[in-house]
Design a protein around this ligand. Structure first.
Ligand SMILES: [Fe+2]
Ligand SMILES: [Fe+2]
Length: 258
């Protein structure tokens, strides 16, 4: 990049992040209604907070594996800051309800998140998990019987949606500049395929909670959005009926090679 500030994606993405930033001090902690926070809801929030902590290991990996990418690594600093606020907001909500965690809880939660050798694969993994997180928090926002948690859910849902869009921009740029774009598309398809296989959406703590409490959650809608988004990124029309393995093979390698 010759003209760094003009060319970086970080520049508009940072401005956007600043413009929509919510503050921890904006949350009306004193308004938390303990009667509306069941033991099951508190357990769910603890699980979500725990699952948010992997950002630490992911950031470490981004800083090492993408060390030559000035643009992305600067944006990761913004992402890391915002992602650190997420479990913190949830733990504060619990704290106001008399539920505490110790530093071991946080250290355990920081356990290494899986990372791929392929940069495109890493981008697509993050695009998917941000989209899923956003949908889950939006649902929490709409369904939480406790109003302050509903508000936190809304803040987190918008952060995650913006993160999804930001990773998407970096992935698009990566693909535009790729020497072998078909291999990049294949890596994107691999991640999508593995995500379908892993059924992670079904095992997501938010979804398990909704199931336990018989609150309907639109899985299929989230799956369709993920599929369309990844398809749009790699310029393919894909849906639930697409033979992803055949599409990967067309791009030169079998699906076991991640
Ligand atoms: Fe998050
Ligand atoms: Fe996020």
């Amino acid at each position: 990049m010759d003209n760094l500030v003009a060319d970086m994606l970080h520049t508009p993405l940072f401005d956007q992040a600043e413009a929509v930033r919510w503050r921890m001090t904006d949350i009306p902690w004193a308004a938390i209604d303990p009667a509306a926070a069941s033991a099951d809801l508190r357990r769910l929030v603890r699980e979500i907070a725990f699952s948010e902590l992997t950002t630490f290991s992911a950031t470490r990996r981004f800083m090492v594996d993408f060390a030559d990418d000035v643009d992305l690594t600067q944006w990761i600093a913004v992402w890391f800051y915002e992602e650190t606020k997420h479990p913190n907001a949830l733990l504060r909500w619990l704290h106001h309800l008399g539920v505490g965690v110790d530093d071991q809880f946080v250290l355990k939660g920081r356990a290494t998140a899986p990372f791929m050798r392929s940069r495109m694969g890493t981008y697509v993994t993050n695009i998917i998990s941000e989209l899923v997180a956003s949908a889950a928090y939006m649902h929490l926002h709409e369904q939480s019987p406790e109003p302050v948690l509903a508000q936190i859910g809304q803040h987190l849902a918008s952060d995650e949606a913006r993160h999804c869009a930001s990773f998407y921009r970096f992935a698009q740029r990566h693909l535009e500049r790729a020497k072998a774009p078909e291999a990049e598309r294949r890596d994107a398809l691999k991640v999508l395929y593995m995500w379908f296989q892993g059924n992670e959406l079904v095992r997501h703590p938010v979804n398990e909670f909704f199931n336990r409490n018989e609150i309907p959650f639109d899985f299929q809608g989230v799956r369709d959005r993920v599929t369309r988004l990844v398809g749009g990124l790699i310029g393919m029309e894909i849906d639930g009926t697409t033979d992803l393995i055949a599409e990967m093979r067309k791009r030169g390698e079998n699906h076991e090679a991640t």
